[in-house]
Ligand binder design. Structure first.
Ligand SMILES: [Zn+2]
Length: 154
């Protein structure tokens, strides 16, 4: 049974929405895409107009999953500082799991905690500004340190 769908989001572009109530800790779907290096992905994406939507997902081994190539609906997950889902890395694959109960119709969010290659200058800060609007919003999709994925022992 399909539990989520992709449609226009009031936060930004497209988003992923629950079609039914979800329990905490449910594995929703895999974050699919081409596994590549940051450098290659940055070069490939720079040639296309993908500004504003981030389809790159950092893996713990330093590579990325590029959801823009061979990706699925998971690439439309928007960022929120108070996310209701998290990305769980399991044997080199990434799954999106709920971290609390989600009602039917609610949008699903993950905290990107992005790590970008360049200096975090003003331009980058603007490009990755957060619009989640929650009280704990830190105003940016950038993380303090490394990309935060939870590594599950195989
Ligand atoms: Zn925010």
């Amino acid at each position: 049974m399909k539990r989520v769908s992709v449609r226009q989001s009031p936060v930004h572009g497209k988003g992923v929405f629950a079609l039914c109530g979800l329990r905490a800790g449910e594995r929703i779907f895999e974050y699919k895409g081409m596994v590549t290096t940051w450098r290659e992905a940055a070069r490939w994406n720079a040639r296309r107009d993908v500004s504003g939507h981030t389809f790159l997902f950092g893996l713990s081994d330093g590579r990325v999953i590029d959801g823009g190539r061979g990706g699925n609906g998971a690439r439309w997950l928007n960022h929120a500082c108070a996310a209701n889902c998290e990305a769980v890395e399991d044997s080199g694959r990434v799954y999106i799991e709920t971290i609390r109960e989600i009602a039917a119709g609610e949008e699903l969010f993950i905290d990107y905690a992005l790590e970008i290659d360049q200096q975090t200058d003003d331009e980058a800060q603007r490009e990755y500004a957060c619009r989640c609007g929650t009280p704990c919003c830190r105003g940016t999709m950038l993380g303090a340190g490394a990309v935060e994925t939870v590594v599950v022992a195989a």
